[in-house]
Design a protein around this ligand. Structure first.
Ligand code: HEC
Length: 168
């Protein structure tokens, strides 16, 4: 009698678990569905690796100081891929891009005529004194006087804006 009852319970369990398996998988389908392929944000470890791969002296940059210096820029610039232009152009992909080369942004004649490609060295001079480096620019920013602060900020920008070493 007892074993029969157990068998019945076991059978019931199989049925129920079979049911809950079916029911479960269909009711949970949305949660199980693969999330749309949004590029995952780089982890801190990936950023540290990207930093170490930068050319000197940027490979020794302090990303958290760079990030806090970027606070000076963020009222006018976004740095995320596909981010909007604000007062200044979106800076994603700026390294290796022609000065004045962001499509859809209306630059001053000075930047449009500059005729160089942005690299860390140009950016360093620009950030030290934008209007001294390029008279006529409409970027109204006083500049960052501390050399180490510029290095940290440039390292941060390289890591965040998709810098790729130039093929030599
Ligand atoms: C008050 C607004 C403002 C601030 C603050 C500002 N910028 Fe700009 N930035 C601009 C404008 C406007 C331009 C376009 C200049 C032109 O066309 O003459 C520009 C242009 C640039 C460019 C050239 C982009 C290209 O596509 O050629 C770079 C690089 C840049 N800014 C970096 C920075 C960084 C880094 C900071 C922070 C340290 C900063 N800017 C702070 C307004 C600003």
């Amino acid at each position: 009698m007892r074993s029969l009852k157990l068998a019945a319970v076991a059978a019931l369990c199989v049925t129920v678990s079979a049911c809950s398996k079916d029911g479960g998988s269909s009711s949970q389908a949305p949660a199980d569905a693969p999330t749309p392929a949004a590029a995952p944000a780089p982890t801190d470890a990936e950023k540290t690796a990207a930093l170490a791969a930068l050319p000197a002296p940027y490979n020794t940059g302090d990303l958290s100081n760079g990030q806090s210096k970027f606070a000076l820029c963020r009222s006018c610039h976004t740095i995320t891929e596909g981010g909007p232009d604000l007062t200044g152009p979106n800076l994603y992909g700026v390294f290796g891009r022609k000065a004045g080369g962001k499509e859809g942004y209306s630059y001053s004649d000075a930047v449009t005529a500059a005729g160089f490609v942005w690299d860390a060295g140009q950016l360093d001079k620009w950030l030290a004194d934008p209007r001294g480096f390029m008279p006529g620019t409409k970027m109204t920013f006083a500049g960052i006087k501390g050399e180490k602060d510029r290095i940290d900020l440039i390292a941060y920008l390289m890591v965040e804006t998709g810098y790729k070493p130039q093929a030599k």
